[in-house]
Design a protein around this ligand. Structure first.
Ligand SMILES: [Zn+2]
Length: 370
């Protein structure tokens, strides 16, 4: 496949992630890392060819990445690459890679972040051995974006040492970029690391989930050496979808359908139960519906399944344009009805729906709009 504008944007996202996790973006000095220099050269060439003023250097390019339109307009990224959900690669308030950046960095076979999460989950599944322990480990990881030593002590006998032994290596000391004034901030809603946003009109902080309310008191860890933080890729692709996954499992349990997590990657489950027409689901919480569609298509290919249910939070489902962008992308890459977008409340109905020539028909209903 030819190297196109979307490939270049994904490459830029990977460079932003790489730089953002190790040092403060925007304070970069020469010589730049090889991949960063390479993408800078490529974008400069692109600018010169298209009559745009090129970036003055890497810090300038990073500043461009705080604008959702700057680089896409230079690249001429066509609609259909999530342009309806424009979000910059770098959050201008936290000066950190955004969720959109992590999703773009995971695009295609060269992708890095989600692929690391997939590998870690697969290794965890292999280590755990039994499906029961695998489920307990994944549940623990999803519910614990960080672990503070004091919590372990206070839980005493309720601390699951078998699980901790399996997952301990997925937790690392709090990275430098998350520790400000010797303090680690954890979101009061989702528990993910957060940074204060002094320039925000609402004040407060902004966490990695990006959508949590800012008026909920955060947890302040004043001795970050006592805290371990889950790997970034797992925070993005296991912790963030966790509330949706909980809602999904509840719906399935009420319908008598069993879900067994597969080792293919986070959120992938095999369904067993009566009257099912779809037996595999991916639970995901993504900012970019088009990139999610590509992910689903790749997964379908690997699993050699007839149909795949993709369950997103009701919030995403209800966002104007989200379903339309997903559907438009799916229609370009696979046959109708093979990939079905749904939300937790609709999942059981869709899992028992018939596939038709134009899409799916849920039990006892007219053609769905999914
Ligand atoms: Zn949060």
């Amino acid at each position: 496949m030819a190297y196109d504008a979307a490939d270049m944007y994904a490459e830029l996202a990977r460079v932003v992630c790489e730089l953002g996790f190790h040092k403060k973006l925007g304070s970069l000095a020469l010589p730049y890392p090889h991949d960063a220099q390479l993408i800078l050269d490529r974008l400069t060439l692109r600018c010169l060819r298209s009559g745009h003023e090129p970036p003055k250097g890497l810090p300038d390019l990073m500043a461009w990445c705080t604008d959702p339109d700057a680089v896409p307009s230079v690249l001429g990224l066509p609609s259909g690459h999530g342009n309806g959900f424009a979000q910059p690669l770098i959050d201008p308030q936290r000066w950190m890679p955004t969720r959109t950046c992590l999703e773009w960095a995971s695009r295609g076979p060269q992708g890095t972040v989600e692929q690391e999460a997939d590998d870690l989950v697969a290794q965890l599944a292999a280590r755990a051995g039994t499906p029961g322990l695998r489920r307990r480990c994944l549940t623990f990881v999803g519910d614990h974006p960080s672990v503070v030593q004091r919590d372990r002590m206070t839980r005493g006998a309720r601390w699951d040492t078998t699980v901790w032994h399996q997952v301990r290596h997925l937790y690392r000391p709090a990275p430098d970029h998350l520790v400000v004034d010797r303090t680690l901030l954890l979101c009061g809603t989702c528990g993910l690391p957060a940074l204060t946003t002094p320039t925000s009109p609402s004040g407060g902080y902004r966490c990695e989930r990006e959508i949590c309310p800012t008026d909920v008191e955060p947890r302040v860890v004043t001795d970050p050496a006592q805290a371990l933080v889950l790997a970034q890729s797992l925070r993005a692709f296991v912790v963030i979808p966790r509330p949706t996954e909980k809602a999904v499992l509840e719906q399935l349990e009420q319908a008598g359908i069993r879900a067994v997590p597969l080792s293919r990657g986070p959120g992938v489950h095999r369904l067993t139960g009566e009257r099912l027409t779809a037996r595999t689901m991916l639970v995901a919480d993504r900012r970019q519906p088009v990139l999610l569609a590509y992910k689903a298509e790749a997964l379908l290919g690997h699993l050699a399944e007839e149909r795949l249910l993709v369950v997103v939070p009701g919030r995403a489902w209800d966002t104007p344009g989200y379903r339309a962008e997903f559907e438009a992308a799916v229609s370009r890459i696979t046959a109708p009805g093979r990939i079905v977008l749904t939300k937790p409340e609709e999942l059981v109905r869709q899992a028992r729906a018939e596939r038709t020539r134009t899409g799916t028909r849920a039990e006892g209903s007219t053609l769905t709009d999914a």
